[in-house]
Design a protein around this ligand. Structure first.
Ligand code: HEM
Length: 161
């Protein structure tokens, strides 16, 4: 991953601001994600039909939101050694593929993450340079997940032949 030293410093600074209130903020990320992509909520059986205004108190959404925030925190902490995170992300990709989650959905999560960072931190902190740095970092998640899902599809196609 080719983040510059300056970009890494920006990521670390913005993430420490964000994660100081991780619990509350992570649920807001998912409320944004479902507002921007209304059909995705249906994939979560445990809160598929919960009205948007009641989602905030839902334990299952809090649990999934926390998992995603943990994954981002790990990526930020291992920003110089992403190899050791790839295996973890591979497992996430595998488990999500079984649930019919697509690379496009992961891509859209990245868009929501950037929007959420801007909403929470403001454009003075989340300026153009910070946005670019975050897009690069999330690109790591997206690349690993997409590659894994595509390879898995190829394996299935070949075994059908
Ligand atoms: C970095 C991104 C993500 C991380 C780290 C993550 C992590 C997790 C974890 C740890 C679980 C529970 C364990 C398991 O069974 O796999 C889970 C479940 C799930 N995830 Fe994700 N996830 C991510 C992105 C997404 C996206 C983009 C979607 C698509 C909308 C999604 C949909 C689901 C669903 C439907 C479940 C099952 C939840 C349930 O049955 O309550 N996830 N995820």
């Amino acid at each position: 991953m080719s983040l510059t030293a300056e970009e890494k410093a920006i990521i670390e600074k913005t993430w420490s601001l964000m994660s100081s209130n991780a619990k509350e903020n992570s649920v807001d990320l998912f409320i944004r994600f479902f507002t921007e992509n209304p059909s995705y909520q249906k994939m979560f059986k445990s809160f598929a039909d919960v009205p948007m205004q009641e989602l905030r108190g839902n334990k299952k959404i809090a649990a999934h939101a926390a998992q995603v925030v943990f994954a981002i925190s790990a990526l930020v902490q291992f920003i110089d050694d992403t190899d050791c995170l790839v295996e973890q992300l591979d497992k996430i990709a595998e488990r999500h593929q079984k649930r019919k989650v697509t690379p496009k959905m992961f891509e859209n999560l990245g868009t929501s993450i950037v929007g959420w960072l801007i909403e929470k931190l403001g454009t003075d902190i989340m300026n153009e340079q910070a946005i670019e740095a975050w897009k690069k970092l999330y690109g790591v998640i997206l690349n690993v997940v997409t590659k894994h899902m595509e390879e898995d599809n190829e394996d299935k196609t070949n075994s059908d032949k």
